[in-house]
Design a protein. Structure first.
Length: 209
C-alpha cells in the first residue's frame, strides 16, 4: 500500500502541491529578509532546505521517495514555517495540528530507520508487538529534544536582541505539544508504519549488504 491511496491524489498533483508549498517556504524566507526578521528568514530557509532532501537523495543514491510521502513531509514543515507568520497566535488549534502532523513524519522516519537497521543486522530482532512501543517512545524522545531547542532558541535570541525562530509559549504549551506529538506517534504506531516500509528498505540497503 502506498501513501497515495488514502490521500486520493495523483502523483502529478502531489508533486505540484509539493512545489507550491516550497514556493511558499521561499516566500517566507524572502519576507523575513525584506522585513528584517531573522527568525522568519531562518524558518523559511531551513524549512525549504529540509524539503529538498528527498531530491538530494534521489540524485545521490538513485532512490525516489514516494511523491505522497514527500508531500506529507513538506506539509509538516510548511505548517511550522507558516505558523510563525501568525497562525500560532491567531488559532489555538493550529499548533496542535502542526505537532500532530509533524509527529507522524518523525515517527515514520524513526520507524523506517529502526526497521532498516533491524533487517540489516543478524543480531537484532525486535518482536512485531514491540515496534509500536518503539515508535511512541522515539517520538517522545524527539519531542523533548525539540522543546529544548525551542527554549534555547528563545534564550539565544533574547541575548542577541533578535526574533527567535522557535518560540515557547509556556509550560501549558509544552504539555500540549507533548500530548499531540504522542497522538501523532500513536497514529503511525497503530496503522501508519506500513507507508514507510519502502523507505525502511532504502535504509537497509544503505547500511550495507
Amino acid at each position: 500500500m502506498t501513501v497515495s491511496e488514502p490521500i486520493g491524489l495523483s502523483e502529478r498533483r502531489e508533486r505540484l502541491l509539493t512545489r507550491l508549498l516550497q514556493f511558499v517556504l521561499a516566500g517566507v524566507f524572502l519576507a523575513g529578509v525584506v522585513t528584517l526578521r531573522p527568525g522568519m528568514a531562518v524558518n523559511g530557509a531551513f524549512g525549504l532546505a529540509l524539503t529538498l532532501i528527498p531530491a538530494a537523495i534521489r540524485r545521490e543514491y538513485d532512490y525516489t521517495m514516494s511523491p505522497a510521502l514527500v508531500l506529507w513531509l513538506t506539509i509538516a514543515i510548511g505548517l511550522h514555517s507558516v505558523g510563525s507568520l501568525g497562525p500560532y497566535s491567531w488559532f489555538s488549534w493550529f499548533d496542535s495540528v502542526t505537532h500532530t502532523v509533524s509527529a507522524t513524519v518523525v515517527a515514520g522516519l524513526g520507524y523506517a530507520t529502526f526497521r532498516g537497521f533491524e533487517q540489516h543486522s543478524k543480531e537484532l530482532h525486535v518482536p512485531a508487538s514491540f515496534r509500536p512501543v518503539f515508535i511512541v517512545v522515539f517520538v517522545l524522545a524527539v519531542s523533548v529534544v525539540w522543546e529544548l531547542l525551542e527554549f534555547s532558541s528563545g534564550q539565544v535570541a533574547q541575548v542577541l536582541g533578535i526574533e527567535a525562530p522557535l518560540i515557547v509559549y509556556g509550560v501549558d504549551d509544552i504539555v500540549t505539544d507533548m500530548v499531540f506529538n504522542t497522538v501523532g506517534g500513536l497514529i503511525v504506531a497503530v496503522g501508519g508504519s506500513k507507508y514507510f516500509v519502502p523507505l525502511a528498505g532504502f535504509f537497509r540497503r544503505r547500511f550495507g549488504p
